[in-house]
Structure formats: C-alpha cells, structure tokens
Design a protein around this ligand. Structure first.
Ligand code: ADP
Length: 604
C-alpha cells in the first residue's frame, strides 16, 4: 500500500469512525435513558400503589363513622321529633366521639341542610343552626349516596375532608351525618415517603402534599371563569390557588407517565428528596373519589449517567474500530509479505531452472570438448597407428604369398607355421582396433570404481609404438594389484594418454629417456605420478600449462588442449591434475583422485 493510498483510505475512514462514534453515543444515550426511565416507571408505580393503599386505609378508618350515626336511635329521634334535651345529649355524645376518633368535627344535618347537633356545640365557632345545604356532601347523602368532599371550612377556614352518610327512616332520608377529618391526619400515612407525592381534587387543586407549601396550588392553571365559581362557593375559602409550576417534557410508556420539570422559586429545605428539577410524574385516580394521586419520582443523575454511558459507548466503538483497522492492516501486511515471498520463490525456481539448463548445456559442451580432445589425440597418433597396422598387413601379405607357395610345393609344415603367424598378427591387429574403438567411444563421464593398473596398461598400449620407437621402457610401480579410483575408465585413460604422450614428447632427444609411473593410496585419495627426465618447463610455461590452446609444440604437433581437458576431467571426479619440475631435471605430473575399494568394482 503506497503512502498516498494509505492517506486517502485514512481520509475516508476517519469520518466514518466519527459518524459511528456519534451514532453509538446516540444509541448509548437512548438505551441508557430508556432503561433508567423504565426502572423509574416501575419504582414509581410501586410507590403509587403503596401511597394509594395507605391513604385509602386512612380514609376508610373514618368512612363508617357517619353511617354508624344513622343507626343511633337518639339521632333518628332527634331528626324526627326534635327536643332540647335530646339535642344536648347528642351534642355531648358527638363531642365525645369526635375526641376519641381524633376527627375535626362530627355533626348532624336535618333534611333542609341545617345543623341540628354538632361535636363543637359548646365552641364559639359552633355549627349549630348553620345552613350547609349548599355543600355537595349534603346533596350526595340526601340522594342516598355516601358523600365525600374536600373543602375549607367557612367558619374556621380549616381545610378538611368531609365524609357524609344519609340517615334513613323507613327508607326515607331524614337527615345527614357528617364527619370532617383534618388533612394532617391523612398525611400522616406519608410520613416516610421517599419521593414527592400529592393529591389533587376534581378541580386539579393540590389538597394533600408531602411538601406543605405545595398545598392549594394547581397542576393545571384554572380559567378565570372557574376561579370565579370556586370563589363564590367558598370551596377553598378565598385561597389564591397559584400554579405549582410543573412543565411537561413529554410522555413516556404510552402516556402512563410523563417527564415533568418542576420550577419553584421557594425551594423547601430539610426535605429528604429533591423538590425541584426533573421528575417522572405518574398518577392514578383514587378509588371512590374524584381525586388523583400523583407521585413525582426525581430524575436525579439519570441524564448524567445516560451521557456517561453515551460517551462510553462512543469510546468503545472507536476502540473497536481502531482494533478492526489494526487487524485489517496486519492482514494486508501479512498478505503482502506472503505475495513477496511467493514472487521470490518463483524467481528462485526460475533461476534454479535456468542454472540447471545452463549446467546441462555446459556439461554437453564439455563432453563434446572432451571427445574432441580425444579425437585430437587419435589424430595425432594416426600416423603411428597407420604404421602399426601397415606393418602386420605387409607381413600378412608376404606370409600368405609364401604359404601359397609352400602349399604348392607340398611343404605343409612350413605352410602351417606361416598360418600360425598370420593368425597371431590378425589377433594383434584386432586387439589394436578394439582398443582404438574403445578409446574413441563417447563416454557418459559418470564416475564409478575403476582399477588403476588396467587403465595404465591400456594407455601404454596406445602409445606402445611411440615408446618403442624411442626405446623407452616405462617403469611401473603400483601399490597393490587392485588399487582403484572413483572415475570413468574411458576418461581416466584419456588423462593418462595425454600426460604420457606429453612425457614421451618431452624426452624426445634425451640421451637416456626415462619414464616412470607410480600409483599410491593416501587415506581416501590415490596419487598417480608420471615422471620424465625431459627438460621440464620454464616458470612462464608452468603457469600456463593448463590453459586451453596453450602449446609450445610446432603447428601440427599439438592443439594445446590436452592438459586443459585432462585437468577438467580430474576436477569432475573430485580430483586434480598438477605439474612441477623435478629437482634433478624433468617434469612430474600428479593426478589426484578419490580412492575406491576394489571390491566395489562392477564390470562394465
Ligand atoms: P599440447 O600437447 O597439444 O601442446 P598440452 O596441453 O598437452 O598440449 O600441453 C601443453 C604444453 O605443456 C606443451 O605444449 C608443453 O610445452 C608443455 N608440457 C606438457 N607436458 C610436458 C612435460 N612432461 N615436460 C615439459 N613440458 C610439457
């Protein structure tokens, strides 16, 4: 990957990572907020149920009071017949009952709505004689219903909860019994609340609240018209009824709950829960009333947690992206390295193939050269060989002529002796031609164990005529009869013929020519030495002896290839051919070859 390529990829990847981080933070925020709100909704519902139950239990405690009054014979008597003394008795009875129940007041109304007996008969603000027919709880009870009403007393201006029951005579309502319970008594059940809780009446006015200052505020602002009506009925006894300050922030969970913001300038101190800020509002109608119970669960650090989780999700996303990119880059690098290695392997294989091909071509060329060298030797010896064959041929001619004559004369014995000579000559010629054929043959050059002595003898046989012409008797000294080397027999002969032919040439003109041959084993090597007592060679000749086409012989005398080819053959067999001048004159050629046990020799 080039640098420009990498930069371009980075320019594409960075915005993608950024977008992913943003998306993840959004999802993280939503999921975290959703989960927390679900949790809050669940908690709120539990609180709602708990507060509702405890409030209802508290109300129910007083609910039977008015109904039991209707069972009192004296109360019914008073309603039907009246009487001063009875009134006094019932007043005292109601006062005692009110004290014991802990309610605000207990009183009895006649069928016109006038108070005929009351627990506060002896107080300055006694209800006696008061017309309360305008109160809804009176109407409710008169039509044989249980009345429940929240209102503020007109006499003392004390807020309270009114519970009323009809008093029957023969199934006719003759009056109404009323008990007024103070709000504080009802609120007692909320002494341990953990979150703000409030009760609103049918007008949306807060009549009960765990925060005292919230009382007589409204959840929904009242219309001017409604305010007028309420003022007229003295329902809240001229209280100003300001709004509580709840602002909706949206519904959750299919409108069962709502997120609200409560903004109130007068923040109450010493509360165990927050009284302003964000809340989850859940409300429920109160059984048997037109009221609603509302629980406000504080949001607290829910949003902060959601932001934190959003940041965490974004960070996790970015880390994941970076990890994936790093992994990808690593894979690309590995893949590139693999490709480079494959290319290198291919190049290596190709090179090897070429080297093999060249080696083969070279080997073929070398084989051709070796063969050419051999043919050159034969060419050089051709004159001698022709003589070698011509002599017996001439002899054969004479002998056969004589034999014919002997036979014509009947001299059979002489004829027989001639024929024996003829046979010997033919055998000699056959040996010579077969040696020549064997020498001239193209060999493979593959090394194998070869006995030294037969190879030497064959070489000398070739040069036999040249040796005898110069009256040279070679001295042969071989370690043991079956000393063998690792070589190709034909090529070993070729080396020996070359070196011996040079030695014969070197002793040409020497008065007492001498040629000695020796072969010795030295560890896993064999040293074959050829010495002559010729002139040896000058230093300049010695350094160039093994160069191809180097010769000191006249034109036609030599090609200058013999030693170069011989040294090459020796090298091929893991050996060497070297030359030095002898101290007492003459040259020494040393052929060094690997030793081979004669037992390994396989007849070709
Ligand atoms: P060629 O025999 O055709 O000249 P060679 O490679 O066989 O080629 O020999 C190279 C030269 O080495 C010969 O021309 C000769 O000068 C020298 N030489 C080889 N053998 C001997 C030797 N035994 N004594 C002196 N000189 C030698």
């Amino acid at each position: 990957m080039t640098q420009r390529h990498a930069q371009r990829s980075l320019a594409l990847v960075l915005p993608a990572i950024l977008a992913l981080a943003l998306a993840l933070s959004f999802v993280g925020f939503k999921v975290s907020e959703g989960t927390s709100i679900d949790h809050l909704v669940e908690r709120g519902r539990q609180r709602l149920d708990l507060y509702e139950t405890s409030l209802e239990r508290e109300i129910d405690k007083y609910a039977f009071f008015p109904a039991t009054l209707g069972l009192e014979r004296d109360v019914v008597d008073l309603l039907v017949n009246g009487g001063e003394e009875l009134t006094q008795r019932i007043n005292r009875y109601l006062a005692e009952l009110n004290k014991r129940a802990g309610s605000l007041s207990i009183y009895v109304l006649d069928s016109r709505g006038h108070v005929i007996a009351t627990s506060n008969w002896d107080q300055p603000d006694s209800f006696i004689g008061e017309d309360l027919s305008y109160r809804p709880y009176f109407h409710d009870a008169m039509v044989k219903r249980t009345g429940r009403f929240f209102g503020i007393g007109t006499t003392r201006g004390e807020p309270g909860y009114y519970l009323s029951s009809p008093i029957f005579v023969d199934d006719h309502s003759v009056g109404v019994a009323v008990v007024k319970v103070s709000l504080e008594q009802l609120e007692q059940s909320w002494s341990t609340v953990e979150a703000p809780v409030l009760v609103t009446d049918e007008n949306g006015v807060v009549i009960l609240a765990s925060v005292p200052s919230w009382k007589f505020t409204t959840l929904v602002p009242l219309t001017q018209e409604r305010r007028g009506e309420l003022a007229q009925s003295l329902h809240y006894n001229a209280r100003p009824l300001p709004p509580l300050g709840l602002r909706s922030q949206g519904a959750v969970e299919f409108d069962k709950a709502e997120i609200v913001q409560l903004v109130r300038p007068d923040i109450e101190a010493s509360q165990t829960f927050p009284v302003s800020g964000l809340f989850l509002s859940q409300s429920e109608p109160l059984r048997g009333t037109d009221w609603r119970l509302t629980v406000l669960s504080p949001f607290g650090d829910l949003r902060t947690m959601a932001w934190l989780n959003a940041a965490l999700a974004a960070a996790a996303g970015v880390i994941l992206c970076i990890a994936v990119i790093a992994l990808y880059l690593r894979r690309v690098r590995l893949w590139e390295r693999l490709r480079a290695r494959e290319a290198l392997q291919r190049a290596h294989d190709e090179l090897e193939r070429k080297v093999e091909e060249r080696t083969r071509t070279l080997k073929e060329a070398q084989d051709e050269l070796v063969h050419a060298g051999k043919l050159a030797v034969i060419g050089q010896m051709s004159a001698g060989l022709a003589h070698e064959l011509n002599q017996p041929l001439a002899a054969l001619h004479t002998l056969s002529d004589n034999t014919v004559k002997f036979m014509q004369r009947g001299l059979l014995e002489e004829a027989e002796s001639n024929l024996t000579l003829i046979s010997e000559l033919v055998t000699h010629m056959g040996t010579l031609t077969s040696q020549l054929k064997s020498f001239a043959r193209k060999s493979t050059g593959a090394p194998r164990p070869v006995e030294v002595r037969p190879s030497l003898e064959n070489a000398l046989f070739f040069l036999d005529r040249r040796l005898s012409q110069r009256s040279i008797r070679p001295e042969i000294d071989i370690d043991s009869g079956d000393l063998a080397v690792l070589a190709d027999p034909n090529r070993l002969e070729q080396i020996l013929v070359n070196v011996l032919a040079n030695a014969i040439d070197a002793v040409d003109g020497v008065e007492a020519p001498r040629l000695s041959l020796s072969a010795r084993r030295d560890g896993d090597r064999v040293r074959i030495e050829v010495r002559d007592n010729g002139p040896g060679f000058s230093e300049s000749v010695r350094t160039r002896l093994f160069e191809p086409f180097f010769t000191t012989k006249d034109s036609g005398g030599g090609l200058g290839l013999g030693l170069a080819i011989s040294a090459g053959i020796a090298r091929d067999f893991g050996g060497s051919l070297s030359a030095v001048n002898l101290d007492h004159g003459g040259a020494l050629f040393v052929l060094d070859l690997p030793y081979a046990a004669a037992s390994e020799i396989i007849d070709a």
